[in-house]
Design a binder for this molecule. Sequence first.
Ligand code: GLA
Length: 698
Amino acid sequence: MSAARLLRPVPALHGLSKPRDRRTVACLLASLALAVSMLVVPATNAPPAYALDNGLSRTPPMGFNDWNSFGCNVSEQLIKDTADLFVSSNLKAAGYNYVNIDDCWMTSDRDPQTGRLVPDPVKFPDGISGTADYVHSKGLKLGIYEDAGTQTCAGYPGSLGHEAVDAQSFADWGVDYLKYDNCNNAGSTTQQEFIDRYSAMRDALAATGRPIVYSICEWGQNDPASWAGDVGNLWRTTGDISDNWSSMLSIITQNATLAAAAHPGAWNDPDMLEVGNGGMTDTEYRTHFSMWSIMAAPLLIGTDLRTATPETFSILSNRDVIAIDQDPLGKQGAEIVNSGGRHVFAKPLANGDVAVALFNENSLSTTITTSASASGVHRGPAYLLQDLWSKKQTETAGAITANVPGHGTVIYRVSKTHDWTKFPPATALSVDKPAAYDGGPVVVRPGLAEHVGTTLTNTGRTPVTHVRVALTAPDGWAVHPTSPTRSKHLGTNRVWSTQWSVTSPADTAPGTYTLSAAAKYRWHRGEGHGGHESRDRADSTLEVLVPTPPPVGSPWISDVQWTSASSGWGPIEHDMSNGEQAAGDGLPITIGGVTYAKGLGLHAPSDVVYYLGGHCSSFTSDVGLDDEKDSNMAGTVAFQVWADGALVAESGTLTWADAAKTLTASVQGAAFLRLAVDPLSDTNSDHADWAGAKLTCT
Ligand code: GLA
């Protein structure tokens, strides 16, 4: 593709290249000139606007990037090993083709003669060019990293002001993909300054004539969804992901609202995958992969494939989920339900099917419901639901409902069907006991008979018959039904519940326990007498909390055991600030020059929950961003104190510049105290402290 084509002005000529189109354009331009001559138009010297339109990334890029698992320890060997593994493990066959190098691949100085960037000769003995040759020989493509600033984030020479020579180096070396970062950006703040810095590299890449996917990495700071489609093939929408649930969840929340900006060649980028890195459960990694796919996000593997487990390979290689991400229609799934931590996303697909993700942000299993019509599926007599993880196929009369495990996602490909009698009816089973508050834990008190329900819903057109339900609890717990456990017949959209009494031993240790339910039933396959009885089942679990004894006296919060805790970066520290990496790597908690001996040091987004059991009356804490500012001085957060479901104190927005704020709240009668820190618009540098935090209890 020629540079001239790449640098085409927009919008008038956009997309018109056939001769017939050019004639139309000539006519349009003539009438436009006439119209313009009749108007009073202020003179402008503004250069023409250019669009990207490089014809690349018609579906979201798929590949690997070393940063999430190796940081600065990138090397030619790692890139070659990864390329080999793409081939040998069938990831290449599944669609992964870019092997991308992140920061730290170069030396600290440009070549004094040529002004060119110099690959680190120790890390890359064959240079980027030799590495690219190897990757290309495997039928794969090579990506590289630079920065729209004076230095990269790790302090290597940046490309600002060197765009032409650097783009030429990349092209000469055979680079196929550039990730372009935003550190040390010479103090640029306005959107126009961002557009200018990123457009300079777009135009430099185009001028080389080599097709190079252009990935903008400005962390969602200047609303890139509103302009980056004309500049790059993809653009980061958030701060850096980290390998934990709250980081990933906050990224989903931020990226979900931007669906309208995505289209073939232009994608929202919620950052690279953490699947396999160990900080989340496999259920959470399946959610990560499902949600990235339904949001048409780039799928860039961020784990060490040389040591990845079979489960990691099986998640990354799920071709049914990859097909949702790579669907040629190129729409990002839109969020159609968001209520109490229950989310539904729907993504229209090229063949008329719709992908539907039922995503549970809470830690307890819950039933999530939508319908074929709300998801935008063409109207049919019934609908086929293909569960893209379990591979089970069921039919529904219209309702789409599933019991989704805590932090889990059920993702279906939904299509209308006339063949519904061949498929088992879709059912959902749940174990029900009210949570202490919406999204909170379900409490089971040791030694007391607790009431639990099970509910089976049949959404299929075919009835289920001969239904039997069973509930099981950990060894030593007593479980008795208090209503019938059998039902003869459950028709379309019928719901049937059974009541149970569940008693744990009086000396049950504090912790989380699982209640499991199973419903077995029959259904009639095929029509009339030609068919036959088949068997099927539905399963469900509920995690319940046997709480710790409530606190007594006036303890520091850092001396009380939490029931659950999450932090955006690094472990939550007791009595020190958050060092972002290992446990115990913080500094003394310091806000506005004042140090505190006691407290929690964490990184937003964060959520820490304590069991009070109604025994405490008040909570007080100084809150603020820790003084250990980074070079960006970017963090902004808001602190919230919740007593069960009620917000009882909040800080409002706090930045690096603010002194500590004192929050005092009544927690009288509350079963649970929840300390939440909201990262607000970005997740960078949010080192948040609950300083001198203290409870008053009986
Ligand atoms: C920034 C980017 C990351 C990574 C590092 C490298 O933080 O957002 O994805 O590229 O820089 O230094």
